[in-house]
Every structure is written in structure tokens, then in C-alpha cells.
Design a protein around this ligand. Structure first.
Ligand code: ZN
Length: 215
């Protein structure tokens, strides 16, 4: 899943009103932000295998530390505790920890069995990615709900607050459709460049948040 994860962060704004957009975008993507770092470090492995599913060409051979059920629980607790230590916002810390965990649940629904129970353990995945219409419906509905939630929980304080926000929404949709219908990444290196792009979105979120206020 891709924009489905961002959708969860946007949806969470209602439950965690003091959590800013950067952290709302980051929490549901922690597993996918750790993943390219571990691939570069040689701990995890991915290859491009066109046709492996109807939606995603990724052959996720080894993702036990970023994406196993057990380590995902660990990432969730660590993220919540880190946020709590920095901000003292208890409610937001719990919601953001749940957002981190939601990544695993959504990946479990979409991925073919490549998500280990624990590093090196048996692999799980229900395989929604075998159905392109199914993926588009589920992920699209989540994203629309998320965009609606953030857009109504907050309001633009100035022009940038509106333009930068809707440009982010358009960019995420464009990246998503490009990933599904556009040319597949030629190799794992190209994929990693794209994966690190998620980090850049956080700066964008920070910029938007400065120009919006609670509705
Ligand atoms: Zn993932």
C-alpha cells in the first residue's frame, strides 16, 4: 500500500489534534522509511519482478526487521515513547503509535506472503495486490476519507496553506498512479531513490502545517 498509509495519518488528525502534519505523514510510513535504510545497509533485500502481483512489481525477499509483525510492534512502541518524551502529549503518542502499527495491518492485507511473523519466521500476506480494481477501491476510499478529514479538521491561514496542501494531495495521487500505471522502476536502485523520497514529504508537511490552523 502507498497512499493508503498516508490516508491513515490524515484520518488520525481528528483523534490527535495536536499532532502536526509531518508526524502524521511519518508515523504510518515508519516501516517503509526504515526499509530503504536497511536495504542500503545490506540487512534487507528487494528485487524488481514484473508481474509478481497485478499492482506491485516488488519481490520483497527479506524485510524481517522493517516489516515483521514482532518488529512492527517494537517500532510502534518506540515511536510512541519517543513522541511522548519530546512532546508530553499522551493521547497523540498513543494515536501515533497505532498509526505506525496500522502500516503492518494494511501491508498484511495487500502484500503477497512476504511479511514475516518475526525476522526469519513464517511469512504472511492476504494478497489484495493480485487485484488491481480491489486495490484501487480500498486505497482510494481510504485516501479520500483521509484528505477530507485533514481538510475539515484544519483551515488555511493564508494562500500557501491552501495551495501547498492541495499540491501535496495532487502529488501523492500522481505518484500513486505513476507507480501503478507508469513504467516500473528499472532496478532496485531506482526504487530506493523513490523510497527515500518519503523523507522529503515530511519537510513539505511541515511547511503546510505552518500555514494552517485548527478549523
Ligand atoms: Zn510497507
Amino acid at each position: 500500500m502507498f497512499i493508503g498509509h498516508f490516508a491513515i495519518g490524515l484520518l488520525a488528525r481528528r483523534a490527535a489534534p495536536r499532532a502536526g502534519l509531518p508526524v502524521l505523514l511519518a508515523a504510518p510510513q515508519v516501516l517503509d522509511m526504515v526499509f530503504p535504510v536497511l536495504v542500503v545497509a545490506g540487512v534487507e533485500q528487494v528485487a524488481i519482478a514484473p508481474g509478481i502481483t497485478a499492482v506491485s512489481p516488488l519481490d520483497l525477499r527479506e524485510i524481517g526487521w522493517s516489516h515483521s509483525l514482532v518488529t512492527a510492534i517494537g517500532w510502534s512502541i518506540a515511536f510512541a515513547l519517543g513522541y511522548l518524551a519530546l512532546t508530553r502529549q499522551r493521547r497523540e503518542a498513543i494515536v501515533l503509535g497505532a498509526c505506525v502499527m496500522s502500516h503492518w495491518v494494511l501491508d498484511w492485507i495487500t502484500h503477497v506472503p512476504d511479511l514475516p511473523l518475526y525476522p526469519g519466521g513464517p511469512k504472511l500476506g492476504l494478497g489484495l495486490w493480485h487485484s488491481l480494481p480491489g486495490t484501487l477501491v480500498v486505497e482510494g476510499a481510504l485516501f479520500v476519507a483521509g484528505v477530507w478529514t485533514y481538510a475539515t479538521c484544519t483551515r488555511a491561514r493564508d494562500r500557501i496553506g491552501a495551495v501547498a496542501w492541495w499540491a501535496l494531495v495532487a502529488t501523492l495521487v500522481g505518484m500513486y498512479l505513476g507507480a501503478i500505471f507508469g513504467p516500473k522502476p528499472p532496478d532496485a536502485d531506482a526504487l530506493l531513490v523513490a523510497a527515500f523520497g518519503a523523507w522529503a514529504l515530511l519537510a513539505w508537511g511541515w511547511w503546510i502545517e505552518r500555514h494552517r490552523a485548527a478549523a
